[in-house]
Design a protein around this ligand. Structure first.
Ligand code: ADP
Length: 506
């Protein structure tokens, strides 16, 4: 890219810092966190962490196998059953979560830079969206810790008994997360797990583990007792699969693709682990003719192009009412054509690099498929530069909902625009998908907005906005987008189990 020199300049500035912390023994890249210690893989195996902006390796990461995962699970089990953490009450776990948030805040620039370095997303997003949201997530669940309790319940039978429920932690939680929002996805899983008193073995995605390793170090600094959060790095079919099949893991929380989600459910069934799955999406963003078209177009673009479109909730099907199609498309395509990709580490860049060569190749395969199936490539569809994985924002018009680019999750900067004629047709098209993660509806007609919200089969409906995520509000999918909810009070259900206690009063 034209700004490659800037990128290299920034890496040159950041890398000595990484190496320095390495040699001083702080963040030990190349090692993972097991039982409060930074350790190598038992067999010494490592893999490279890449900076997607150049495609070059920036650090070595340990590759966990059977022995390592087993050590992590054993440590998590011990921490859950005995020791300081097992004795800690909810209020004290809350203080611990709050201290982690404070430390993250104190290191926000460094964490954001690391996130961008390993993921390729613009610093603007990691510094001003991902990190603040993650820090607040720890604070949100700090507030819940100590307030998670059961109920006293009057029995239905005519018995002389006193009955109540205890809401208890599940135990050792295996958490497997994707590369698109590494620190956020880790936070959404670690914070509620700890609030409820569980222990954790977390596996970052192999593409982007660095920020989570640094988070692990901050957690230790915050006073997290050993074994409570273990971070094992490695790939999915090896390290991830070992976690899922480990007999002493009580629950698996997974965010990632539908295909891997299905595999995890099958494998977890062998020991009947509790499972929550937050999977993909092909979310419809439906614009009615009476909406503020200019604003709808602007937000629809960020709804698909934020994080280069690598979002499970991406509004990848932009649906426009036929009556307003020409006017809307004019604004949408003009705005899309003006969006530029740039150096992820430049604080002004709005669109950065895709995470990997593999992901970029996948996106281009879909772009070719869109053209082959007769969609009209209106904007973009090109690679920028030869270093890194930069793809221009891409808009297809004239898309039919049966086309591959309307049915399959691309996970890249590709919007498919589909026209419709009325509310019923809009809902029918929107729901004609195996996914049901999120949706958007744009209208100034209150009745239409609520009617649509009722008709749509999706876990989230945004009315006259898109991509709003809040720590207090549950997030998760209908249909093949998964089950279980993250964030909000809902996540407490996912990390606890109910025990009923009967006391005979005769
Ligand atoms: P993506 O296609 O976005 O990379 P994946 O679903 O492949 O998403 O990966 C999400 C997470 O799941 C990553 O941490 C990955 O290592 C892990 N993973 C992939 N395959 C498996 C598997 N068979 N078992 C457990 N975890 C896996």
């Amino acid at each position: 890219m034209s700004e490659t020199t800037t990128t290299n300049g920034r890496i040159a500035e950041v890398m000595p810092q990484l190496n320095k912390v390495n040699s001083e023994g702080h963040v030990r890249y190349g090692k993972m966190l097991i039982d409060g210690e930074w350790v190598d893989a038992a067999d010494g195996r490592t893999f490279n962490a890449i900076y997607p902006g150049t495609g070059k390796a920036i650090a070595k990461v340990a590759f966990a196998g059977n022995e390592d995962v087993d050590r992590a699970v054993t440590a998590a089990r011990a921490a859950f059953e005995v020791g300081d953490y097992a004795k800690m009450n909810g209020a004290d776990r809350g203080k611990l979560l709050w201290r982690i948030a404070d430390l993250m805040e104190g290191h926000i620039d460094e964490l954001a830079e690391l996130e961008t370095l390993n993921n390729g997303k613009p610093l603007l997003e990691s510094r001003w969206v991902d990190l603040p949201q993650s820090i607040n997530c720890f604070r949100y669940y700090a507030g819940w810790a100590g307030k998670v309790s059961g109920q006293t319940i009057e029995p239905d039978m005519n018995v002389n008994a006193f009955a109540y429920t205890l809401r208890e932690p599940i135990g050792v939680c295996g958490q497997i997360i994707p590369w698109n929002f590494p620190i956020q996805m880790a936070t959404w899983k670690i914070a509620p797990a700890i609030a409820c008193g569980n222990t954790v073995v977390i596996k970052p995605a192999e593409q982007a583990p660095l920020s989570i390793l640094r988070l692990g170090e901050l957690m230790l600094e915050a006073g997290m007792p050993k074994g409570v959060v273990n971070i094992v790095t490695g790939d999915g079919p090896t390290t991830g699969a070992i976690i899922v099949e480990h007999p002493d893991v009580d629950k698996v929380a997974f965010t990632g693709s539908v295909e891997v989600g299905k595999l995890i459910m099958q494998n977890a069934a062998k020991s009947l682990k509790k499972v929550t799955l937050e999977l993909g999406g092909k979310s419809p963003n439906v614009v009615f003719a009476d909406a503020n078209l200019e604003f709808a177009a602007k937000v629809a673009l960020s709804g698909i192009f934020f994080n280069q479109g690598q979002m499970c909730a991406a509004g990848s099907r932009i649906m426009i009412e036929e009556a307003a199609r020409d006017e809307f498309m004019e604004v949408l395509s003009a705005r899309a054509a003006k969006m530029v990709v740039g150096d992820p580490l430049n604080p002004k860049t709005r669109m950065g690099s895709l995470v990997s060569q593999e992901q970029m190749n996948r996106v281009f395969r879909y772009i070719e498929k869109g053209k082959d199936e007769g969609a009209n490539l209106l904007v973009g569809g090109e690679r920028v530069g030869e270093d890194g994985y930069f793809v221009t924002p891409t808009v297809f018009d004239g898309v039919k909902n049966t086309m591959t680019i309307a049915q399959e999750e691309i996970f890249g900067p590709v919007a498919s625009v589909i026209a419709f004629n009325d509310v019923d047709e809009a809902a029918a098209i929107a729901n004609d998908s195996r996914y049901g993660l999120a949706s958007g509806v744009w209208t100034n007609d209150l009745k239409k907005a609520h009617l649509f919200a009722k008709k749509i089969k999706a876990g989230t409906v945004w009315v006259n906005t898109y991509n709003m995520v809040d720590n207090a509000l549950p997030f998760g999918g209908y249909k093949e987008s998964g089950f279980g909810r993250e964030l909000g009070q809902a996540s407490l259900d996912a990390y606890t189990q109910l025990k009923t206690v009967w006391v005979d009063l005769n």
